[in-house]
Unconditional design. Structure first.
Length: 346
């Protein structure tokens, strides 16, 4: 199902970049502005270490007295690292530093079972919800970037349900188009480098759902050309990384698992990752809150046509109501007739 140009507009360019990443990632992860970021990062680490020693150093009165004198003189105490207000540029440097540090990234990946493959294989046909999957500091940094993106960075994706596409309305932006978020490409690739012994190609986007935004029932099937129109890959695994704090069920925007007759509703939880194999029927209920719901979403692709497109017409929509698309065959016949007439014109 096509969801606008955001998720797919740079498939070919991304494939080439990912191929380059895959050959070098094991030796040294991709670097983004490493020369510019190294000095500020070292300075921030040094400053943070000094602040921490002052805050915790109860046994070192000589170190604590200058801090107290400053506080009594009306100086504001610096916020903790988790509470500090950061600019998108600073957040981007923190993301890059984490990705560039091979040891930190690998330790995190090891703490999550080495990646997603084994989890998916142990729960076939299910939607997995992994809470606190990413480091909290990375979630906070990504959210800072998303909340500060200019309006023209977001592409409106809207479809009324015509031409066999799921009805939907939301905004998206390619991760690789956002300089501060581009290093995440390496993270997603390492999370699922292979599935059932075959390599994957991840393509991920930023998502923003505002009031009334939604996605109707669909199963994410899509054939995507990489390295040329005849070199087709299929979406095989989907993921959503939720990045909105304090989201409640009454706010809408929930993921609806429609794979079985019994609907299962997953309310977005901050810094949780939802993963499932494609195809899998699901939807996103309309946002009712007067605020935006942010996420990073996308798919891992594998080579070949792994399934047929245009599956059996859907039996229920995003609200769980029974529905049969009776016009599908008539529409396809009309399109074929129109195509024949166009071919017959001189």
């Amino acid at each position: 199902v096509s969801m606008g140009r955001g998720p797919r507009k740079r498939a070919r360019q991304e494939a080439a970049a990912l191929l380059e990443t895959s050959t070098a990632a094991d030796a040294e992860p991709s670097r983004v502005n490493s020369d510019d970021a190294a000095a500020p990062r070292a300075k921030r680490r040094k400053k943070h270490t000094a602040e921490k020693s002052q805050a915790v150093g109860a046994n070192d009165e000589a170190a604590s007295r200058p801090k107290l004198r400053k506080k009594r003189a009306g100086k504001k105490e610096l916020p903790s690292e988790s509470e500090a207000v950061r600019s998108p540029e600073e957040a981007g440097k923190e993301i890059a530093a984490w990705v560039e540090s091979g040891n930190r990234l690998q330790r995190w990946l090891d703490s999550r079972g080495g990646g997603l493959e084994q989890m998916l294989l142990e729960a076939p046909g299910q939607i997995l919800r992994l809470r606190d999957f990413m480091p909290l500091q990375m979630a906070d940094s990504v959210l800072t970037v998303l909340e500060n993106l200019p309006e023209d960075a977001w592409d409106l994706s809207e479809q009324g349900g015509e031409e066999d596409a799921a009805s939907h309305k939301f905004r998206s932006a390619d991760v690789v188009d956002i300089d501060e978020l581009a290093p995440l490409r390496t993270v997603f690739w390492k999370m699922l480098m292979k599935l059932r012994g075959e390599p994957t190609l991840p393509i991920f986007s930023c998502g923003r759902y505002g009031p009334s935004d939604f996605i109707g029932r669909h199963d994410d099937r899509a054939h995507v050309p990489f390295f040329g129109d005849e070199n087709i890959y299929s979406r095989t695994v989907a993921a959503i990384w939720y990045l909105t704090k304090d989201w409640q069920e009454q706010d809408g925007g929930a993921l609806l698992d429609l794979q079985t007759e019994k609907e299962n509703k997953l309310v977005p939880i901050y810094n949780s990752l939802v993963v499932f194999e494609v195809p899998h029927w699901h939807a996103v209920s309309a946002v009712t809150a007067q605020k935006n719901r942010y996420s990073i979403f996308g798919w891992w692709h594998q080579k070949g046509r792994r399934y047929e497109l245009n599956p059996v017409p859907r039996l229920r929509d995003a609200n769980g109501e029974q529905e049969i698309r009776k016009k599908t065959k008539k529409k396809q016949a009309a399109l074929k007739s129109k195509s024949r007439k166009s071919d017959s014109k001189p």
